[in-house]
Design a protein around this ligand. Sequence first.
Ligand code: ACO
Length: 428
Amino acid sequence: MANTATIEINGQKQEFPLIEGTEKEVAIDIKALRAATGGFITLDPGYKNTGSCESGITFLDGEKGILRYRGYTIEELAEKADFLEVAFLLIFGELPTKEQLDKFHEDIKKNSIVDEDVKKILDAFPKAAHPMGVLSSLTSALTAFNPSSVDVDSEEDMYNSVVRILGKFPVLVAWAMRKKSGMPLDYGDKNLGYVENILKMMFKKPNEEYVQNKILVDALDKLLILHADHEQNCSTSTVRIVGSSHAGLFASISAGISALWGPLHGGANQAVLEMLEAIKEDGGDTKKYMAKAKDKADPFRLMGFGHRVYKNFDPRAKIIKVAADEVLGDLGIEDPILNIAKGLEQEALNDDYFVKRKLYPNVDFYSGIIYRAMEIPTDMFTVMFALGRLPGWIAQWREMRLRKEPIGRPRQLYTGATKRAFVSINKR
Ligand code: ACO
């Protein structure tokens, strides 16, 4: 294979190096494009063809349906590892030894106290506030309560900021949910595993003992692993670009939460359930909604179907579909919403429109179903996604800072008015 690409503009040829990744993907290195061509830029809205960085964290091949964290397949990690092990792997690059994992968990627990004054900020939010907005604000507020900046040249400083956010974030998640339901705020239980503690912090009632359900703990652990990283998606790119200005970790994560909130990204799991509920209210006619999804004059899209990069079955969706069936079976749940979901899934998998466009159910289609079975309120679904994605955001932020990447600053092609004279207000 040639090791350069040639671009010819107005008869002038310029060569640009090709860079090969460890999985044989090839990129044209256009860092010198403007200088070499006298100001030409590339235009790629939505960045479908643009690599923003080199990264050693997550590999995915959307055509083949492959997802690996630091070289380990998502299938193996979901089956054999737990969420905290995966978090360590993503952030620090290697699977932890038992001692490293124990220390990591201990350090996270030591950092799981949130300043009591944060409760005053939480109190000021209306009960109806969406928990993603609350979580993004409280995460940003943590910056003010932990103002010391991170010295990225100090491994210790980096480590401390990582365990600090991994300790405090689940507390904020639980508080955002408890505030909405009027439940007292809680700090959880240091004797529990990371995921067990999250469930207890979310669901413990003040007047009864909380009993752990192993099925739910395992299902949530798996869900969090499946969501833990997904290379340069919208929220992760946001975290990296905000961090590239040397904004701190909490501020960068807070921006990532806002990016994740949108219905085309993390908000899709909430949108899936809302769609299923709307179909039920409308009589449960899945065929009618399939027709709407295919009608180009109708803005309706089947939420939970399709993916920007997976043009094959999302490997996470395969794992989670099995988990969803297990959870529903084990809990003995019969829910008309879930029957509608299964109906839509079957129809879409056998429908020409969806098959031709490779629109398969994505991870959010099934995660919403499991969260509903766990009695997690619908508007908390995207918050649960953020909880899972946290290690990925941290890993990407850390990698970006350690590689000393330049500030993110894209170019644009200006298409507005050319120079014109100002018209005073009484003459307009
Ligand atoms: N329902 C109906 N038609 C769809 C759907 C859908 N869910 N998704 C895509 N299409 C159609 C488009 O209309 C288009 O048709 P055309 O070729 O006839 O014009 C074709 O499939 C390609 O669609 P694009 O929007 O170009 O695909 P893109 O890769 O840009 O978008 C996206 C991917 C945004 C995820 C899209 O499939 C979608 O909106 N899905 C529903 C929302 C959703 O589930 N989002 C979650 C993503 S997963 C995550 O964030 C973890």
